[in-house]
Design a protein around this ligand. Structure first.
Ligand code: ADP
Ligand code: MG
Length: 298
């Protein structure tokens, strides 16, 4: 495309709340035939809210444990942690002795004679904490409602085994326009994939809501970039759409990188295109814009 066509394209993008940082994205956007979407904050609102807190300990033990849970999540920067903190009424402050954040898993801290953990099932497994059948059943039921389930557990220092203290269900609604945007991409013959660090059950429920048939759950940030690389190795021109720090490697790897304007600064720094309104319908619009830009000179 000519410099003029690029300038026109960038201008039209801006009018549509699509910020385009380089000419290349406009040149190749129309050739994209695979799109990888992050789930949380990209397909969903990214503003999680706790809907259920189910204790598996006696009522009189709950206030003290709730204070520990609060202290743990208060130190985490994960959006799920913010939801937990917002849900709990601030109780007497608890002084945690250590704090560890486990990527893709959750957080843990030492308090008195125990290690306290909040996170996903993998975090439980890694700490030799069994999930009782009844809790597993409840978790599955909540996950099938597209909710993310997080476990609060404890292992006493001398004990060989720990116990699950509570499960929390967290909802993060799909954005109103996500399905429409994905339908449009699919109808254009573009292969659409969803990637998430969340568990398989929740991922499947969300994918179904928006009409995505191909998705991968429980992926680590490096897995996201590897997935993009695999598609490219199979000859695909890949656009990656994400909002988080954990998407930045995949964004850097993609042929066309698109960040959500309401997402993390790091994602926006890496991505060559930013969708100011964080609305997925801007993705087909951006690809259309590329088509128009290139057509000008042909
Ligand atoms: P994503 O943001 O896509 O879910 P992450 O890798 O950030 O991916 O997290 C993966 C999973 O780890 C979350 O879905 C959640 O189950 C668990 N997790 C991570 N951090 C926390 C936290 N602070 N509190 C509770 N669970 C957490
Ligand atoms: Mg995200």
């Amino acid at each position: 495309a000519t410099p003029t066509a690029i300038m026109v394209g960038v201008g039209k993008g801006a009018e549509n709340n699509i910020l385009i940082k380089d000419a290349e994205s406009l040149e190749i956007g129309h050739t994209v035939n695979a799109i990888v979407l992050d789930k949380t904050g990209t397909i969903t609102e990214g503003k999680p809210v706790v809907t259920d807190l189910l204790w598996s300990v006696k009522t009189d033990e709950q206030p003290q444990l709730e204070a520990v849970l609060y202290a743990l999540e208060k130190q985490s920067e994960h959006p799920l942690a913010e939801a937990v903190v917002a849900h709990l009424t601030k109780s007497a402050p608890v002084q945690l002795e250590t704090f560890t954040s486990v990527t893709g898993r959750g957080v843990s801290a030492r308090y008195h004679n125990g290690i306290y953990l909040v996170g996903n099932q993998a975090l439980l497994t890694e700490n030799q904490i069994d999930l009782p059948a009844e809790l597993a059943r409840q978790a599955l039921e909540l996950q099938n409602q597209a909710k993310t389930v997080v476990f609060f557990a404890r292992r006493m220092l001398e004990a060989s085994k720990g116990e699950v203290l509570a499960i929390l269900a967290i909802t993060d609604p799909v954005k109103a326009s996500s399905k429409q945007a994905i339908d449009r991409l699919v109808s254009q013959g573009i292969a659409v994939y969803m990637l998430t660090g969340d568990n398989a059950q929740t991922a499947a429920a969300v994918a179904k809501q928006v009409g995505i048939s191909q998705f991968k759950a429980e992926v680590m940030p490096t897995d996201k970039a590897d997935f993009v690389r695999e598609l490219q190795a199979a000859g695909k021109v890949v656009a990656m759409v994400g909002d988080g720090i954990n998407d930045s490697q995949a964004l850097a790897q993609a042929n066309v990188s698109i960040a959500m304007g309401k997402g993390s600064d790091i994602a926006m720094d890496v991505a060559r295109i930013t969708l100011i309104t964080s609305d997925l319908t801007s993705v087909p619009k951006a690809l259309q814009l590329s088509k128009q830009t290139v057509r000008v000179v042909r």
